[in-house]
Design a protein around this ligand. Structure first.
Ligand SMILES: Nc1ncnc2c1ncn2[C@@H]1O[C@H](COP(=O)(O)OP(=O)(O)OP(=O)(O)O)[C@@H](O)[C@H]1O
Ligand SMILES: [Mg+2]
Length: 439
């Protein structure tokens, strides 16, 4: 049996090479890709096991080679004739078999024999965290791993689509990621699963918070697959590994300078597909919702804030997170105002890291009064400052529910999740709180 292969080769030798691949008896060419986006989209969709890729393919680098490995695609490197530097570059990126673009059939066939016998390795992304969690989660299985979604009932409560909860907030690290991660963990159950999407183009952090070190391909890959028209529920499930029963994660950009990959319309398409896979799609959105004025005439140009804008406009509910100190609260007031220009979805305001030292005695009441007066917000969720629990969870790359269930921060997130779920959940929470007190 021959393995399906992709080509993404920029040279005039491409057709000869494709013919050699087809004749080799090891592979058959499933698709000849015009550029890196198409190559990665096809790889993400799982339609190939081998790719012949030339070193000067625009955008190819160590991380995209690793990404191919992440999809279980083995790479045959191709370099221009007599280009020793190109050959070395490919090897540095982790491609062990390289051939010259004008290589004859025997050379290509021999290299392919080695490539197809290699295990489909998953290479860790460059830029591993400085402090790795003691206990990283196992990598998702790149071969299968669709979690049996094929044929399962649609995600929504009435057999329709699930809900999108976008967690957003102003600049100043108010705790968007902390809230998003723990909210997704709280909302997701095997019967009503959640999918956490890291759409922060300034500082993606969800993978690290959840100890997903063996970098999953994530949102960038899902966006590429959506662009190719190849993103369906099984393909999305393959890109979004389960981190605990009922909770999947679509990790963010491994490097912030890759933000142009997250185009607004494609992120919007991905989020719609998420609602078919999960009952709850929780999006960690970047802080900034400004549009680049100078680009506004060009609707096709990528925008740094496109992913956040897509997440806010697609939201069924926006959770607005602000920090409980004078600067954070002032920013929160402006944020609530700013959000009104982008969505009519209901807002749930969360004030995080609440402590008397930052706002004075009886901080809950003071904050409620201030937000009522200056932002017209009558109902807020308060999350206390709880470094003991939050730091432990972050250090271990786990959720609050896994590391410090019943801690003040965890209880606040549980209340928030129940508020989003509705009145039935509220009653369940009261029973659970009673049990925590009793124990
Ligand atoms: N309730 C809390 N108690 C104590 N520490 C907290 C709490 N919430 C968040 N933190 C800490 O505050 C810092 C910022 O939190 P987080 O990364 O969630 O913010 P963010 O809004 O996502 O920031 P960024 O702008 O980097 O995306 C982290 O160190 C986190 O551990
Ligand atoms: Mg964050």
């Amino acid at each position: 049996m021959t393995l399906p292969a992709l080509t993404a080769v920029t040279h005039r030798w491409e057709s000869d090479l494709a013919a050699h691949l087809d004749r080799s008896g090891h592979v058959h060419v499933a698709r000849r890709c015009a550029d890196l986006a198409e190559l990665l989209g096809c790889a993400a969709a799982g339609i190939a096991r081998v790719a012949a890729v030339s070193v000067d393919l625009r955008g190819l680098d160590a991380s995209t080679v690793a990404e191919l490995g992440g999809y279980g695609v083995r790479v045959l490197g191709v370099h221009p004739p007599a280009d020793e530097v190109g050959a070395r570059t490919l090897r540095r990126w982790g491609v062990s078999e390289v051939v010259s673009a004008d290589a004859g059939f025997e050379v290509v066939e021999a290299a392919l024999a080695v490539v197809v016998s290699e295990p489909a390795v998953r290479v860790p992304e460059a830029g591993s965290p400085l402090l790795a969690p003691a206990d990283p989660r196992p990598a998702a299985d790149p071969e299968g791993g669709d979690g049996g979604v094929e044929g399962r009932d649609p995600a929504g409560p009435d057999g329709g689509r699930g809900s999108i909860v976008t967690v957003w907030g102003p600049t100043g690290a108010p705790g968007r990621t902390t809230v998003a991660v723990n909210l997704a963990a709280e909302l997701g159950t095997p019967d009503a699963p959640s999918l956490l999407v890291d759409a922060d183009t300034y500082g993606a952090a969800v993978a690290q918070c959840l100890g997903v070190l063996d970098e999953a391909p994530g949102l960038a890959a899902a966006v590429r697959a959506a662009d190719q028209g190849l993103l369906d529920r099984p393909a999305l499930a393959r890109l979004a590994p389960q981190v605990q029963p009922g909770v999947r994660v679509l990790t963010g950009l491994p490097r912030a300078d890759r933000w142009p990959e997250l185009r607004e319309h494609a992120v919007a398409d991905v989020l719609q597909e998420c609602t078919r896979l999960a009952r709850w799609t929780v999006v960690d959105a970047g802080f900034c919702l400004e549009r680049d004025e100078e680009l506004s005439f060009d609707t096709a140009a990528p925008r740094r804030n496109g992913a956040s804008l897509a997440a806010v406009s697609a939201a069924d509910t926006v959770v607005v997170v602000g920090r409980a100190d004078p600067v954070g609260l002032q920013r929160l007031v402006r944020a609530v105002d700013e959000l009104a220009a982008h969505t009519v979805a209901p807002q749930t305001v969360v004030v995080n890291r609440v402590r008397a030292a930052a706002v004075g005695r009886d901080p809950d009441r003071r904050i409620r009064d201030a937000l009522q007066r200056f932002a017209g917000v009558s109902r807020i969720h308060v999350v206390p400052d709880d470094p003991a629990a939050v730091d432990t969870a972050l250090l271990r790359g786990r959720t609050l529910a896994e590391t410090r269930p019943g801690s003040p921060a965890h209880q606040a997130i549980v209340r928030l999740a129940d508020g989003l779920r509705g009145p039935v959940a509220e009653r369940r929470r009261r029973r659970r709180a009673h049990r925590w007190r009793a124990s």
